[in-house]
Every structure is written in C-alpha cells, then in structure tokens.
Write a protein that binds this ligand. Structure first.
Ligand code: PRP
Length: 210
C-alpha cells in the first residue's frame, strides 16, 4: 500500500507482541508502549531535512547534523496521549495540539469534544498520534480540520492500523503517510481491530480490570 510504512524491527515486533497479549498488565503495557512509540515516531520523520553544524567534541572539531524542522504533535484524545511522552522524548522542542474525539459505541462515529492547538504555519511538520487506526473516522476528521493550514508535511503515526482506516485516509488524503507497527486483518462488528490488542486507552490508562 502506497504511503503506508510498516516498521520492521525486532524491538517493535517484541513490544507489539507484549501489547497484544491480554495478560500484559498496565505497568508492562506502558513500558512496551513507550518503546514501540519512540521507534515509530523516530521512523516517521527519518527523511526530514537536517541542519549541518560544527561542534567540539572533548577531543576535536567535527561536522554534525541537527534536526531542522518545526514539529507539532497532535495526539487524538484519549488514546493518542499515550504516545505523547515518546513523541516528546524524540522531539523535545515539539509544540503540542490536542483534539478530543470519542467514538459513539453504537455507530463508531467520532464526535469532537475538545480542541486546543498551537499556531500552525506552512513551515510546520504535523505528526498525528493515535495508536489504533480503526475506521479512520477520528484521524480523517482531524486531517480535514488541519488541511486548510497547508502544512509542509502531515504524518499519521499509529501502532496498529486496520485496512478500513488506511483506505479512509488514502481516499481523502492520498499524500498523507501512515507509519504503523502492523496492518491487521479486519474490523469486527463493533469496529474493533482484529486481532488487535483491545482498547489501547483503557489498557494504557488502567481503566479496565486486568
Ligand atoms: C478509539 C481508539 C482510537 C479511535 C479509532 O478511541 O483509541 O482513538 O477509537 O477509531 P476510528 O479510527 O474508528 O476513528 P475511542 O473513541 O474509544 O476513545 P478513547 O481514546 O478515549 O478510548
């Protein structure tokens, strides 16, 4: 699938297996979530431009490179916030915007309940984080809202994507790249990803019984 990047890496595979395992408790789930999200976030912008710099090591002078981009991370509340610590570890200077979207349990249609964004310019790179790309409704809703800003790059970082969500994004925003650890098989009748890992937000924030 064009513009879909499935990150292949033993640390990602190991972390994903722990996340999928229903016996993984909250503390362990957070640990492996942080690992996998740091790798996915770093991979999502591995092609961005760099700034050449000259620095002094303790021994000599060398030429190095520094990240030159303005990054804005937008986690989709609530589960997307689980990816924020990792995003800020990788991009400590990033600005952060928040959108609150909650899927209706019957219709699976996402309804917006919160919006707080930094100033977004055409020079910015926007990273949308939501660990579960299911129908794609939540992410497409956000993409429509930020499309008018005409930012340089918009990328979607998720942990698991369903084919339905990928198609929804590609249909509406064919130039948006999706970075994920896995593309799963399908959505069930409740629009949950199968095989998936359950409800990421509940498992990360400890709002389910383990
Ligand atoms: C779930 C999931 C994603 C969203 C994906 O969140 O965590 O954020 O649905 O669904 P979509 O691709 O079909 O739009 P939910 O709405 O249950 O809210 P939560 O993050 O507060 O748990």
């Amino acid at each position: 699938m064009e513009n879909v990047h499935v990150v292949s890496n033993p640390f990602v595979a190991d972390a994903l297996t722990h996340l999928r395992d229903k016996t993984t408790a909250t503390q362990e789930f957070r640990h492996f979530s942080d690992i996998i999200c740091q790798i996915l976030i770093a991979e999502s912008l591995k092609d961005v431009s760099m700034l050449p710099v000259t620095i002094e090591t303790p021994l000599t002078t060398i030429k190095g490179q520094k990240l030159a981009e303005n990054v804005i991370v937008i986690p989709i509340l609530r589960a997307g916030v689980a990816m924020l610590p990792s995003a800020l570890t990788v991009f400590p200077k990033a600005k952060v915007g928040f959108i609150g979207l909650q899927r209706d349990e019957q219709t699976a249609i996402a309804k917006e309940y919160y919006w707080k964004m930094p100033h977004i310019t055409a020079e910015d790179i926007v990273l949308i984080t939501d660990p579960m790309l299911a129908t794609g409704g939540s992410t497409v809703h956000l993409l429509h809202k930020i499309a008018k800003k005409q930012t340089k790059i918009v990328r979607v970082v998720c942990v698991i994507a369903a084919p339905e969500g990928i198609h929804a994004i590609q249909k509406a925003f064919p130039n948006v790249h999706i970075i994920t650890a896995a593309v799963d098989d399908h959505l069930n009748d409740k629009k949950f990803i199968v095989p998936g890992l359950g409800d990421y937000g509940d498992r990360y924030f400890g709002t389910t019984e383990q």
